[in-house]
Design a protein around this ligand. Structure first.
Ligand code: SAH
Length: 499
C-alpha cells in the first residue's frame, strides 16, 4: 500500500542548448522545487514526530492502567472506611473483595505488559517535537493524531507464521527478565495468573514466550516508566474499553454478541458468494474499522481474501498481539468487569475471570491473504490503486465514526467493483456529534433515510434491509443492557458513479 505521504521525485532534466533566459527560469524553478521538497520533507518529519508522540501517549495509557485502577480501588476503600462499625459489620466480606480486586488488576496488568512487550512500534518513538516552531505546529494536522490516534497506512499480514517451537527457542530467560525488573514494570511485578496453566509455560516458569527476537532491553526502552508521559484519565478509560472489546471479539462470553453482530454479516457473505471455493482467486472483502479483528478473521475463514483496516493504535496493539502471538486457546485470563461496581448481581459476577482467546487464530483456518491495514480509511483507500479493487466491503459499527459520512460512502463506492456488495450493520451514533469545546470539529449527522439516499447517488441499490437488535461490548451479566436497533443492509454497486 502506498502511504499517502510518499512522493515522486521532481524532474530536473533540461535540454543542453537552452537559451540563458530559459536556463535562469529553469534554475529558479529548480530552486522552487528544492524549497518545496524541503517543505514536504519537514512536514513529513513533523507528522512522524506527532505520530510518535501520540503513540507514546497510548503506550503510556496502557502502562498507567495498574496505577489508575488501583487509584479507583483506593477511592472505594476510602468510602468503605467511612462506614460506621455497625454498617461495616453488615458487609464483612468487603475488605476481602478489595484484596481480590487488587489481584485482578495485577492479572490484567500482566496481560497488558506482555502485549506491550510483543509490540514492535512501526516508527522511532524517540523522536520528539523539539526544533519545530509553533507556526509549524499550527499548520500541522496534529489534532488528527492526538485526538484520533490516526497514523499512516501500513499493511501487514494479520497472522505471521506462528510456530510454537520456534517461539520457545527464542523465549526470554529469567536473567533477562531480571534485567528488565530494574528498569520498571515487568511481568514479575504483576500476577502471572493472567497466563493460564499450560505445560509448555510451566517449562519456562511462565515467562514470556513472545520474544520474536526483539525483546532486548534497548528495543523496549519505551516501556521504561521514566520515559512515560503524563496521561489524562480519559486515556486510561480507553484501555478499559479495549478490555471490554477483547471480550466482544475474543472470549466465549462474547459469543452471543458476535452471533448478533457478526453472524448476519457472515451468513450474508456466505449466501452472496456461493461459488467462492471454485474460483481461482477467492473474492476479496475489506472491513474498515475492524476493531480487534475477529470479524475480519471470520471472513477470512469463510474463504475470502480478507483485510481489516483500523486506525487506532489502542486496537492495533491488542489485535496484533492476539492474532500473531496467541499460541493456544484460552491462553490468558483477564478480569474485564472489575472497573465498575454498578449493576452487579453479585461480587462473583463482577470478579469473574474471562479466558482469551476462545480460539487459536493461527489454527482457525484462514484463507491466504488475510491482513490488517493500519491507517485512516478515507486516506488509505482513496489511493487510486484501490479503485474497483474489492468484491465486498463490510462495515460493522463503523459508519457513524465519520466526520463526514458522505466521504465514507463515496470511498466505499469507489473501491468496490461494479456489482460489488456493501454489507453494513450498526447504529448512527455519530462519534463527533457531541464534541463539546471543539466547535470547529466537523460532524455530518445524517438520518438513516438520508444515508440511503446518498448511497443511491453513489450507485448503490438496496437488496436487503432489516433491523437487528444487539448490544455492544456489554457485560452479559450486568443489570444494565444497552441495546441498539441497528440498521443491517446489503447494497450492491450497480454502476460507476455519475456524481
Ligand atoms: N467493527 C468493530 C469495531 C467497531 S468500533 C466491531 O464491530 O467490534 C469502530 C472502529 O472503527 C474503532 O476501532 C475505531 O478505531 C475505528 N475507526 C474509526 N474511524 C476510523 C477511520 N477513519 N479509519 C479506520 N478505522 C476507524
Amino acid at each position: 500500500m502506498i502511504s499517502s505521504s510518499e512522493m515522486t521525485e521532481p524532474t530536473t532534466a533540461q535540454a543542453p542548448e537552452t537559451v540563458t533566459a530559459v536556463a535562469t527560469e529553469t534554475e529558479m524553478s529548480r530552486e522552487r522545487d528544492g524549497e518545496e521538497e524541503e517543505k514536504i520533507r519537514r512536514q513529513k518529519k513533523l507528522e512522524e514526530a506527532l505520530e510518535a508522540k501520540s503513540l507514546r501517549r497510548i503506550i503510556s495509557a496502557y502502562l498507567n492502567y495498574p496505577e489508575a485502577a488501583e487509584e479507583d480501588l483506593k477511592k472505594w476503600e476510602r468510602s468503605y472506611r467511612k462506614l460506621s462499625p455497625a454498617h461495616k459489620a453488615l458487609v464483612p466480606h468487603y475488605a476481602l473483595k478489595f484484596e481480590r480486586l487488587k489481584r485482578c488488576i495485577s492479572t490484567n496488568s500482566y496481560f497488558i505488559f506482555n502485549m506491550l512487550q510483543a509490540f514492535e512500534p512501526p516508527i522511532d518513538l524517540s523522536q520528539d517535537l523539539d526544533g519545530y516552531e509553533d507556526s509549524n505546529l499550527d499548520c500541522a494536522p496534529h489534532e488528527k493524531y492526538v485526538l484520533d490516534e490516526r497514523h499512516d497506512s501500513s499493511c501487514q499480514p494479520a497472522l505471521t507464521n506462528n510456530c510454537a517451537h520456534e517461539e520457545e527457542s527464542k523465549s526470554l530467560h529469567d536473567s533477562e527478565l531480571q534485567k528488565k525488573d530494574t528498569n520498571g514494570p515487568s511481568p514479575n511485578n504483576y500476577s502471572e495468573d493472567a497466563r493460564n496453566n499450560d505445560d509448555r509455560y510451566d517449562c519456562d516458569g511462565g515467562q514470556l514466550n513472545h520474544d520474536h527476537g526483539n525483546a532486548s532491553l534497548s528495543a523496549h526502552d519505551w516501556l521504561d516508566p521514566s520515559l512515560q508521559t503524563h496521561v489524562p484519565l480519559v486515556d486510561v478509560d480507553k484501555v478499559r474499553c479495549i478490555i471490554r472489546n477483547i471480550v466482544r471479539d475474543w472470549a466465549a462470553e462474547g459469543q452471543r454478541e458476535r452471533d448478533q453482530c457478526y453472524k448476519p454479516i457472515l451468513d450474508e457473505l456466505d449466501s452472496l458468494f456461493p461459488d467462492r471455493q471454485k474460483q481461482s482467486t477467492p473474492p476479496s472483502c475489506l472491513v474498515p474499522g475492524a476493531g480487534l479483528g475477529r470479524l475480519a478473521l471470520e471472513i477470512s475463514c469463510l474463504g475470502f481474501i480478507s483485510q481489516g483496516n483500523e486506525f487506532s493504535y489502542y486496537m492495533m496493539i491488542c489485535s496484533s498481539f492476539i492474532l500473531n502471538y496467541a499460541q493456544v486457546p484460552n491462553e490468558w485470563t483477564i478480569y474485564p468487569w472489575i472497573h465498575s461496581n454498578c449493576n452487579s448481581l453479585s461480587d462473583n459476577d463482577q470478579l469473574r475471570p474471562v479466558s482469551i482467546p476462545d480460539i487459536h487464530p493461527a489454527s482457525a483456518g484462514i484463507t491466504e491473504g488475510f491482513s490488517m491495514c493500519g491507517g485512516d480509511f478515507v486516506e488509505v483507500y482513496n489511493e487510486s490503486c484501490q479503485a474497483g479493487m474489492w468484491d465486498a466491503v463490510v462495515t460493522c459499527f463503523f459508519i457513524d465514526t465519520a466526520h463526514n459520512i458522505i466521504e465514507y460512502i463515496e470511498t466505499i463506492s469507489k473501491i468496490l467493483k461494479d456489482g460489488g456488495v456493501w454489507i453494513n450493520l450498526g447504529p448512527l451514533l455519530y462519534h463527533f456529534a457531541d464534541t463539546y469545546g471543539h466547535d470547529n470539529e466537523m460532524s455530518i449527522e445524517l438520518s438513516l433515510e438520508d444515508v440511503k439516499r446518498v448511497a443511491s447517488q453513489y450507485g448503490f441499490e438496496i437488496e436487503k434491509e432489516r433491523t437487528i437488535e444487539t448490544t455492544y461490548t456489554t457485560n452479559p451479566r450486568s443489570m444494565m443492557q444497552n441495546r441498539y436497533y441497528t440498521a443491517f443492509w446489503t447494497m450492491r454497486k450497480k454502476c460507476a458513479i455519475t456524481t
